[in-house]
Design a protein around this ligand. Structure first.
Ligand code: ADP
Length: 280
């Protein structure tokens, strides 16, 4: 297998799945007894694939994302990221993370916020400058590089957070409701931007959302979960293809409404056969 070398050391072999979750359970011990957050979860995310996790509150979406990010450990089962144990992938900075709150440092400019991970990992100043300029351009914030977060709208702050998560060219992005706090119009614009960025960088994305249209618009596959205990109940392929334009025409296409209906019915527990759907 071809092993790639980067400035952060050795990464996984090319062609390896981005994420592999096998037989994962997660139980939290609480004062009132054990809470089974996840049970028997199996999920594989291919390289460059966009997968949304959707389900009612408490079905374990965030828990699953946190386990993949190695922010917590499974009670049983295994999680690999690019063929490595999750802990190793975290140490190697194999992925970028973006959560609902942009989490920017208010005293730093946009450029300095984007540069933070590069600084922390000792990337020389000249290289940082070039990379930050590229990233600001990618998220459309070139003219705002010298502003501070409190001078930006919520959508712009989220774009800074996305630029920061992309700073080290991760082949995987883990995102937990990154657009949850935005108004609907901004949210739709951000979805278009994110799908463009994911396509341009070739990064795989695992994206937690409550929104059915958001999940369908962005994803190659929508993973539907149910609570108590959190399980995957259905996986729906959108079938739009990598080259399909994620723009306003998709939002108005019959195939988009078909998939929205399929995901809604899956959330309500009705299995829906869809042409081209495959379980992986
Ligand atoms: P979702 O993201 O789908 O809303 P979560 O993953 O946050 O769901 O939570 C799944 C279940 O696990 C819920 O019942 C939640 O209360 C429980 N849970 C999550 N984190 C903890 C924790 N640290 N301690 C105890 N219970 C937790």
């Amino acid at each position: 297998m071809a092993v790639q070398h980067t400035e952060h050391g050795t990464t996984a072999a090319a062609g390896t799945d981005s994420v592999s979750v096998r037989g994962v359970t997660k139980t939290f011990a609480t004062k009132t007894g054990d809470v089974s957050a996840l049970e028997a979860v199996d999920l594989t995310v291919a390289e460059g694939e966009f997968v949304a996790l959707i389900g009612p509150s408490g079905c374990g979406k965030s828990t699953l994302l946190r386990l993949i990010a190695d922010l917590d450990t499974p009670t049983s089962g295994t999680i690999e990221v690019f063929g490595k144990p999750a802990t190793r992938a975290r140490r190697d900075q194999d992925y970028g993370i973006a959560f609902q709150q942009a989490g920017l440092l208010p005293w730093r400019t946009v450029a300095a916020n984007i540069a933070l991970p590069l600084e922390l990992h000792g990337v020389p100043a000249a290289q940082r400058k070039v990379r930050v300029a590229e990233l600001a351009e990618l998220v459309g914030l070139t003219d705002f590089a010298d502003r501070h977060p409190d001078q930006l709208s919520g959508g712009m702050q989220q774009r800074v957070a996305i630029a920061r998560s992309l700073a080290e060219r991760p082949r995987l992005l883990l995102m937990d409701e990154p657009f949850g706090a935005l108004d609907e119009m901004t949210r739709e614009r951000m979805q278009t931007e994110l799908s463009r960025i994911a396509a341009e960088t070739g990064a795989a994305v695992v994206f937690v959302t409550h929104s059915i249209p958001e999940a369908v618009f962005l994803s190659d596959r929508v993973v539907v979960m149910s609570p108590r205990p959190g399980r995957i109940t259905q996986i729906i392929e959108t079938g739009f293809g990598k080259d399909a334009a994620r723009d306003e025409s998709l939002r108005e296409a019959p195939s988009f409404f078909d998939r929205v209906t399929a995901v809604r019915e899956a959330l309500h527990g009705v299995p829906v056969p869809i042409a081209g759907r495959e379980e992986r």
